[in-house]
Design a protein around this ligand. Structure first.
Ligand SMILES: Nc1ncnc2c1ncn2[C@@H]1O[C@H](COP(=O)(O)OP(=O)(O)OP(=O)(O)O)[C@@H](O)[C@H]1O
Length: 613
């Protein structure tokens, strides 16, 4: 079991033999055993291929003897028909083997991808916060492919190459043992020669792989952050970084090819020596001892046909290493226990008025770094409770705990007096609707994106939710209305439009608790006014917890809590807090002065522009 896994760019430089073996064993015990029928069929086809190949080499003796030594008309026919029959068997077997192997392989990839994805859904938010998307997606894709390739390689190496080699060498030995001996002696020498190369290729392969991972991570980052790259003129910096990794991958790939190619001259030379030796010895036997040339041709054909499978077998180890490393990454991911353990058996949190309370809650993302330190807080049903305060104070963390993305180290988070950790997560999340600053829209249509609010919602319900969120009009303004595709991450919509689709989603969910995390922070004043209108409607008769940096948006809240250093520094209504002249008052003054300055600057600019005009 691999209890944790390293980010791919820190992938270990080596995997020892027992680890490789355990990965292979596991592959065979899981995927191999499940698909044994498919593999057995493919194996039978490979056996047929090997024997038909060997049969052809065998027939070469009769082909030569019936033409040159004792010419017989019927003999030639028989041999020709024999070769045709064997090639038919070989052709059909090759087809059967390819199709069967591909089907089993595709099933293995699909099964593993589903397995990994299901496993990912069971991980908690911290899992995704700690890992790069490229890391996860490469493991998902490469790992599943590697599992298939490792199994296929072992099966084809044994079924096709090893069987072909054994049958061809047997033909050679039966036809003329002494002749075959000359060639067989040279084989181990070739295999030993390639071993050194394999070692080197393995280490280059790992380097190439690690650079490949870095390359795909940075490419993904640059694509996702293209707005920032362009806005800050980072094109040259990013080009430099990406080019460095591309060059690394290219260098490693070239090195790998050079090393792998070195095995060819070695095999070619030794193979040539074997064939040269056979020619010399056979020539001597035919010329001076009076042997028939048929045996000689048969052995020669067998050797020539054995050459390719022998070459593949010599490289077997290096190819297998690549796939085993990939499958290892897949297993590392699968073996990490699901952080969100299956709690479906726990009772469902009963829906009530939606009173949220924190009692002496202590929580930190990392050991020794508490974020909430004895946090006490109540959000009453039907009221709006605002969390304000300095950045990093712990406001979003409060929402994370209500949603059960994380669990408190001590203390209780409750909804209507029920400790949320005692109920299944699904039921807790069903009572809350989250609208945050970074609205996530999935690629698909506007209708689908609103529909994610509640499974099975009807068209009328979706439209009603969109109308309530003031989204219906702009949606109908699109050429394709509700069927408009929003593009990746909703990139084809404006910030305000995305926000209102998220609000429509929340309307559809109709949960008693509404969590707004800086929902209007990224909007201009005009969009903000529209979104605020939609939000106010959504807040009616729900428990609303709103996080805001701009205090102007929360002055009407029923209660404002100032969160500082993981505790509530003070709380009350806007006018109460202003009268108290404490932390809130200071924040308000600073923000007011800042906004005033900005307004004044705007007026000066407008005046200057007017004068210039
Ligand atoms: N996933 C995480 N892993 C580790 N630390 C985290 C994580 N998320 C937040 N933190 C840390 O927890 C602290 C509180 O973060 P939180 O997001 O709750 O603050 P906040 O008050 O919402 O800040 P802001 O107003 O800037 O959004 C910060 O110091 C932050 O660095």
């Amino acid at each position: 079991m691999f209890m944790s896994f390293q980010p791919l760019d820190r992938l270990r430089a080596s995997m020892d033999k027992s680890e490789s073996f355990s990965v292979l064993r596991r592959l065979f015990l899981a995927d191999g055993r499940r698909h044994w029928k498919g593999y057995a069929t493919a194996f039978a086809f490979m056996g047929l291929m090997a024997f038909s190949t060997a049969g052809m080499a065998w027939l070469m003796r009769d082909a030569v003897n019936t033409i040159f030594v004792t010419p017989t008309f019927w003999g030639v026919w028989m041999v020709a028909l024999g070769v045709m029959g064997l090639s038919l068997v070989k052709g059909v077997s090759a087809y059967g083997q390819n199709v069967t192997m591909a089907r089993v392989g595709n099933r293995i990839v699909a099964d593993n991808q589903k397995k990994v994805f299901d496993h990912l859904l069971g991980q908690d938010i911290s899992y995704f916060a700690a890992r790069h998307t490229a890391d996860i997606s490469m493991r998902l894709q490469n790992g599943a492919n590697s599992a298939r390739d490792a199994l296929n390689l072992v099966i084809t190496s044994i079924g096709r190459d090893a069987l072909s080699l054994v049958s061809l060498v047997s033909v050679a030995v039966v036809q003329d043992p002494s002749l075959a001996l000359v060639a067989v002696v040279l084989m181990p020498a070739a295999v030993i020669g390639t071993r050194k190369l394999i070692k080197k290729a393995k280490s280059i392969f790992r380097k190439e792989f690690a650079s490949g991972v870095k390359l795909s991570s940075i490419t993904l980052e640059v694509i996702q952050g293209m707005r920032t790259v362009k806005a800050y003129g980072l094109e040259e910096t990013m080009r430099g970084r990406v080019h460095t990794y591309v060059n690394d991958v290219e260098r490693a790939a070239n090195k790998l090819v050079r090393t792998q190619a070195k095995s060819s001259p070695l095999m070619e030379t030794l193979g040539g020596f074997a064939i040269g030796g056979v020619i010399l010895y056979a020539g001597y036997n035919v010329m001076f001892v009076g042997k028939s040339p048929g045996e000689f041709f048969s052995v020669l054909t067998a050797l020539l046909l054995a050459y390719e499978p022998a070459k593949r077998l010599a490289r077997f180890h290096v190819d297998l290493t690549a796939h085993v490393i990939g499958a290892h990454m897949l297993f590392e991911m699968l073996d990490l226990p699901a952080a969100e353990t299956d709690d479906a058996a726990r009772p469902s949190l009963p829906a009530g008025a939606g009173r949220v309370a924190f009692e002496d809650v202590v929580f930190g993302y990392r050991p020794g770094e508490p974020v909430l330190r004895g946090f006490n807080f109540v959000a009453e049903p039907g009221q709006t409770t605002a969390l304000v305060g300095p950045s990093g104070g712990g406001k979003t963390t409060v929402i994370n705990l209500i949603e059960r993305f994380y669990s408190p180290a001590s203390g209780v988070v409750s909804i209507d007096g029920n400790d949320v950790t005692q109920f299944n997560r699904h039921s807790v999340r069903a009572l809350t609707a989250l609208v945050s600053q970074d609205v996530y829209l999935f690629s698909g249509t506007v209708r689908e994106n609103i529909g994610f609010g509640r499974e099975g919602a009807s068209e009328d319900e979706i439209i009603a939710a969109a109308k309530a969120a003031y989204a219906h009009d702009f949606i109908m303004g699109f050429e394709n209305g509700y069927d408009t595709h929003v593009g990746e991450h909703g990139a084809q919509l404006s910030g305000g439009q995305r926000q209102r689709i998220a609000i429509a989603r929340a309307f559809l969910k109709n949960a008693p608790i509404l969590l707004l995390d800086e929902a209007t922070a990224a909007l201009d004043s005009e969009s903000e006014a529209e979104v605020q209108k939609a939000l106010q409607k959504l807040q009616a008769s729900r428990t609303t917890i709103v996080i805001a940096h701009r205090l102007q948006t929360v002055v009407r809240a029923d209660r404002i809590c100032v969160v500082e250093h993981g505790q509530i520094a003070e709380s009350g209504r806007h006018d109460e807090l202003m009268a108290r002249r404490g932390r809130y008052y200071n924040f308000y003054q600073v923000q007011f002065a800042h906004e005033h300055e900005q307004d004044a600057a705007g007026e000066v600019q407008a005046e200057e522009a007017r004068l210039t005009a």
